[in-house]
Write a protein that binds this ligand. Sequence first.
Ligand SMILES: Nc1ncnc2c1ncn2[C@@H]1O[C@H](COP(=O)(O)OP(=O)(O)O)[C@@H](O)[C@H]1O
Ligand SMILES: C=C(OP(=O)(O)O)C(=O)O
Length: 577
Amino acid sequence: MAQVVATRPIQSSLLCPTSRSFHNQFDKKIKPYGLSSNFLIARRKQRKVLRVTRINAPILAKRSARAETEVVPVSPEDVPKMEEKIQYLREQLGDSSMSMWAKPTVRRKTKIVCTIGPSTNTKEMIWSLAEAGMNVARLNMSHGDHASHQIVIDLVKEYNSQNKDNVIAIMLDTKGPEVRSGDLPQPIMLASGQEFTFTIQRGVGTTDTVSVNYDDFVNDVEVGDMLLVDGGMMSLVVKSKTEDSVKCEVVDGGELKSRRHLNVRGKSATLPSITEKDWDDIKFGVDNKVDFYAVSFVKDAAVIHELKNYLQSCGADIHVIPKIESADSIPNLHSIITASDGAMVARGDLGAELPIEEVPLLQEEIIRICRSMGKAVIVATNMLESMIVHPTPTRAEVSDIAIAVREGADAVMLSGETAHGKFPLKAVKVMHTVALRTEETLVGGETPSNLGQAFKNHMSEMFAFHATMMSNTLGTSTVVFTRTGFMAILLSHYRPSGTIFAFTNEKTVQQRLALYQGVRPIYMEFSDDAEETFENAVDLLQKQGMVNQGEHVALVQSGRQPIWRFQSTHNIQVRKV
Ligand SMILES: Nc1ncnc2c1ncn2[C@@H]1O[C@H](COP(=O)(O)OP(=O)(O)O)[C@@H](O)[C@H]1O
Ligand SMILES: C=C(OP(=O)(O)O)C(=O)O
């Protein structure tokens, strides 16, 4: 049977008892950025041309995560080695010279998000991924069920409870209104030039017709539209429509399997971004206190307000990262990111809904917007795609990671590479090494020119700026004390050259900060006495070999809720260890 995407707007039954009315804060005054609006005009002009050129041009990207849906058995080479296990045990026994903090993974500033799937959903693999450099574990709700995701969440929490200095954040990625073809008794070969039909009737799966799980499919597509299967692995042009079916001609053929992802080039489905299944998954995330939601196919800021309102009504402190992947989101980029805690450049679907050549430009633009607003930004999909089956990456993949790091992404993401690939640990190690090497070449403190305008020149911003200048001039690390994470996140966006050691007395904040560029989050009880807390923090860093005697550190105690308000509201200082 074909899957049916059941959708409904958020209902009162979903709201927690303390639910408050929905305040629509959508700022209509904010104009989309230059590239976005120019891009749209250009896109409208291009669409006709595109249809013609696409029909004749072969699609070059032959490798896609979506095409490799089978689980490739993890290579024996990629299963943790005995020496690694021994080293891990030594660390657990407290040899500080080999402590977690002395590892190169701590020095890397750009964070790594790993999708957990059949290749990595065991205790051994989660431990090994975390040791290799995973900072955030992503659960893709398009696959698996709550029981299988629960096992992973529990394992990550177990790891965190045993490794207090290296916590892993959990990101729940919603399925969203994906349009998929239906089930087929067996895969069918589609040849270029042949006719093929998609129908909204349920349960059809023959050699020339297959169901689609979305009733408005026939209304959404027009004659001449280009349909992409699996992000471009196959493509079909729409030739005619009836009441319940869409007749196409195959442009680029291939093997059509069950439940394949469908995109219409240049168009988003007219479905709500959060489906009924997504609300169930979101509740599951609330119950499990995940750290982030990655929200699929966000089109405008209203959906972010709706989700944030729901989370507030539940008293859930979970940050919301919209996935920028739908054509409709592009004119609303600025307001979507304003309403959110960051954004993910979800290049897979973005490159299917929009011409692929726009993807690098949009990546740069989304990173720039996020950085100017002090929001987290993740670059995702195909980063080490070839490592799903090969033990080494292509040189182009290595360059892709380096570009995302240079552009200033907070995090880079692995999907199929760690979810169902053969070399998940090698993929993390490659990503780590490339990011670390690239970071060595970056000049610290290159702040986006308009960072700060979003905060209306708040006092803490001035402190973040000057603390960064101090630490860059003296070549020191920054030590920040934060209850909400706000000040650590702000400092991260100034990109100081040294590490930001973020001390917090909130476990959830420690976990959340795992996503942010350059931030090393550390849990510590705060004393009532600010001076005593400063000393404890510096002692801890010295014991762990992160700072040496005689070295200086820049110390920051500021933010929206300065911790020792009665003693000094804001405090930045350079301190000798
Ligand atoms: N929880 C899971 N259970 C089973 N397979 C998974 C899971 N998560 C990911 N995968 C596999 O890894 C592939 C790549 O992951 P991802 O890029 O997140 O998915 P997709 O592109 O299908 O949305 C998926 O297509 C699927 O085959
Ligand atoms: C990250 C993406 O989304 P998903 O893996 O959920 O398809 C993407 O489309 O790039």
